[in-house]
Design a protein around this ligand. Structure first.
Ligand code: KG4
Ligand code: ZN
Length: 347
């Protein structure tokens, strides 16, 4: 079965083709350059950019896969959560394709797709089998969302915890601005942290009372502000003399990774699942990956590090989840009537 996946929830336009468990093509076009001057994603610019390039990205996917549109057996597109104007572009494009070709359509939750991405074999491999079989506990840490999920297979996702304020990626992006690093901040903070001392600053690792796996990043962000500018100083204030950006970046990164890995490992042990997985853009972070492996394996857990290309937004995860749902026999008849929504029940 050849499944076409479409993703347009934020600032990446992506189209992928997945056939019998193998990712034949995963084309992604990022809009980062268009949004960089504004320091964040501008919704109207993003929606327009999706509509400008979606046909080109689809062409690229078909060419890379060596398949033709007439060979597609089912179509899937992200429905929620995300910027509604952006979701509408990919969702309508996918529905139109499915109706025109008279094939089933599947509407996909972006967060479930991120979780499911951990089952994808590495890009370019000939593997058709899943990289891991549920049950597992997945940490999803991206720019818009941070949550901890128990995953038992398609349609069986239960949220165990989440951030009560900023998403982990958002914290990286805001701290990057405080340190004068470019947008999007995550990869730049990671690069700046190399050679820095992760113990230079004792930044907080905040958990939420009585909500076992909930975390908070807003205090950490403030701690970075005060640590670099002085107490109660505005973010426009100059850096304190002697501030070593590498030390701040390393200490901040350590605080985020330490906290996220702790809750993930704890949840897996309490849920009694044999594996943990990392997904979302922040899961590209080398320190997060290393710490998860170290602490997870020390507890006898299998640690699944989703390939970076499937951590950031992509359509392979959308097509793969749809294929798994169709294999499980999920009805796809009414899915054409599902609309784009900013929020997800999983957030
Ligand atoms: O999943 P994603 O591509 O988009 C959504 O938010 O859905 O995640 C983007 C986020 C950004 O906040 C970016 O700064 C962060 O992931 N990120 C990283 C790294 N690479 C991307 N954060 C920390 N370290 C990285 N290497
Ligand atoms: Zn995402």
């Amino acid at each position: 079965m050849l499944v076409l996946g479409v993703e347009s929830s934020c600032d990446e336009t992506a189209v992928a083709l997945v056939e019998d468990g193998r990712v034949l093509a995963s084309a992604v076009r990022s809009q980062i350059e268009r949004h960089a001057p504004f320091g964040g994603v501008v919704p109207d610019i993003a929606a327009r950019a999706h509509s400008e390039v979606i046909d080109l990205v689809a062409d690229e996917a078909f060419r890379a896969a060596g398949r033709a549109p007439a060979q597609v057996d089912a179509v899937a597109a992200t429905r929620a959560p995300g910027l509604v104007n952006c979701l509408v572009v990919g969702l309508s494009w996918g529905k139109g394709f499915a109706v025109a070709r008279d094939v089933p359509f599947v509407a996909i939750d972006h967060l479930e797709a991120h979780v499911h991405a951990c089952t994808l074999p590495p890009p370019g491999s000939d593997d058709a089998g899943p990289a891991v079989a549920p049950p597992l506990v997945a940490l999803l840490a991206s720019g818009g969302h941070t949550g901890l999920y128990r995953y038992d297979g398609p349609g069986q996702v239960r949220r165990l915890g989440r951030t009560v304020d900023d998403a982990a990626g958002e914290a990286f992006d805001k701290v990057a601005i405080l340190l004068g690093l470019p947008y999007p901040g995550g990869p730049h903070v990671e690069a700046a942290a190399r050679g820095g001392d992760p113990r230079a600053y004792a930044f907080p690792r905040a958990r939420v009372k009585r909500r076992k796996y909930d975390v908070s990043f807003s205090g950490l962000k403030t701690a970075v502000l005060y640590g670099t500018r002085g107490r109660n100083q505005p973010k426009e204030a100059p850096l304190l003399p002697g501030t070593v950006v590498a030390d701040v970046a390393a200490s901040f990164q350590e605080a985020v990774c330490d906290l996220l890995v702790d809750v993930t490992v704890e949840a897996a042990l309490e849920e009694g699942v044999p594996a943990i997985a990392l997904g979302g853009g922040v899961a590209c972070n080398g320190r997060l990956r290393a710490l998860a492996r170290e602490r997870g394996e020390a507890q006898g857990l299998r640690v699944v590090l989703t390939p970076p290309a499937y951590c950031t937004d992509n359509a392979a995860m959308v097509a793969a989840l749809a294929a798994a749902r169709l294999r499980a026999g999920a009805p796809a008849d009414d899915e054409l009537s599902r609309f784009a929504e900013a929020r997800s029940e999983l957030a």
